[in-house]
Structures are given as C-alpha cells and as structure tokens.
Design a protein around this ligand. Structure first.
Ligand code: SAM
Length: 215
C-alpha cells in the first residue's frame, strides 16, 4: 500500500480543513489512515476526493469531511471504548482506532465485515473488533461505551444504544427519514438526562433491521 502522492495528500487534508475539520488529533488520524485501500474497483482512483463512494452490498464509504466532522463531534479520548454501528468499508473504524483505546464496529453485512477485518489486519490495527449483526441493538456484552457513532440514518436515536452509553458518554447519529436530508445530532448522557445538539444536515443510507443479503 503506497498511499497518495504528496500533492494529492495535501489537497485531501486541505479539503478536510476547509470543510471544518480542525481538530489536530482527528486530522492526524486521518493523515495516518490512507483512504485508498478502503475503496475498491473502478472507484479506487477517486479515493482522495471529498465525496462518498459506492462499496459492496449497495452501501457507501462516507465523504471524508463528514467522517472528520463526526469524529470531531465524538470527542474521543485515548482511554475510550467506542462502538461504531455501520462498519461499511472500515474507514471510520480505522480512524477511530488511532484515537481510542478500543473500537467495536458492527455491520449487518457479513461480506463488509470480512473485508474490513482483512484491512484492519493488513494495517495492524489490533484494537478494532468487527462483528456481524444488527447494530441497532448495540453490543450488550461489551457495553457500556464511552462513545457511540452510528453511520447510518435512524428515525430516532435507537433506545438500546442510548442505554449502552456510559454516564458522561457521547453518541453521534444522523436522524431523520432515510429518503430525505437528515440531521446529524450529538447526544450527551448527563446526570440530568440526555442533552441533544443538532450539528448539521447530512445524507446517509438508512439503518435497517436484521441481517443484510450480501452482494
Ligand atoms: N462507516 C462506514 C465507512 O467508514 O465506510 C460507512 C457506513 S455506510 C454509510 C452505512 C453502513 O451501515 C452500511 O455498511 C450498512 O450495511 C450499515 N447498516 C445499516 N443498518 C445497520 C444495522 N442495523 N446494523 C449494522 N449496520 C447497519
């Protein structure tokens, strides 16, 4: 894996900054994780564009600046255990692996999890555990989590995920109808209850029930 040439890399990082990704640790993690290997086939040559791209099973790898903004909003610390719902290509989980102590990532498509797992091994990211399942129910055996990030759109933040968030924890999730522009929200679990912040409009594939048919 050779990575982008210096000019392409500079443009990639410039696009992130100009779209609001300013957190030095997040930018550093995104500089360390090359997006190239996470994009396959005919779209590989567009890996460094700030755009979502198709991956297997009819899914997408998210736009890099949105990945950066969501990671920034999650405020991850090095001691955190993070749950990601929606492994997709594995790109977001790989970035989180550079910021957190432990990352669990779950997807309803076994093929995506298998391919992402192969990349986590190839990139020597031993603190990422990837699992197949319906992530709307979270991972009760590993809960509670310091941070939860959902990379598919739900109508509302799923109750089981809210329950699996530690006190003081943060969840970032796109909410809204799947065929419309959704709103990225941040939920904080405080002693007084749940606090909600609306962050920005986004467009994500829907959070679906059950396991997916691999294609
Ligand atoms: N984070 C991914 C990345 O870095 O490439 C992009 C995620 S993609 C936009 C959304 C993913 O959510 C898809 O891979 C889809 O299969 C997954 N998904 C949708 N509903 C799900 C559910 N209930 N449980 C787990 N994964 C789900």
């Amino acid at each position: 894996m050779t990575g982008p040439d210096p000019e392409t890399k500079m443009q990639f990082l410039f696009a992130l900054r100009s779209r609001g990704v300013t957190d030095a640790q997040v930018l550093d993690a995104m500089e360390q994780i090359d997006r190239g290997p996470f994009v396959r086939g005919i779209f590989a040559e567009r890996a460094y564009e700030d755009t979502p791209l198709p991956i297997a099973c009819g899914q997408t790898i998210s736009q890099p600046s949105v990945v950066g903004l969501m990671t920034q909003a999650l405020q991850v610390s090095p001691r955190d255990t993070v749950l990601e719902v929606g492994t997709g290509s594995g790109y977001q989980a790989a970035i989180l692996s550079k910021l957190a102590r432990r990352v669990y990532t779950i997807d309803r498509h076994a093929r995506l999890v298998q391919e992402a797992r192969a990349l986590f091994d190839a990139l020597s990211l031993p603190n990422v555990t990837s699992l197949v399942g319906d992530g709307s129910f979270g991972l009760p055996d590993q809960a509670p989590f310091d941070r939860i990030i959902v990379t598919a759109a739900a109508e509302d933040p799923p109750g089981p995920l809210l329950a699996q968030l530690k006190p003081g924890g943060i969840m970032v999730v796109p909410v809204g109808q799947s065929d419309a522009v959704q709103t990225l929200i941040r939920v904080r679990k405080t002693q007084a209850g749940l606090e909600y912040d609306e962050l920005r409009p986004v467009r994500f594939v829907p959070l679906l029930e059950g396991l997916g048919k691999d294609t």
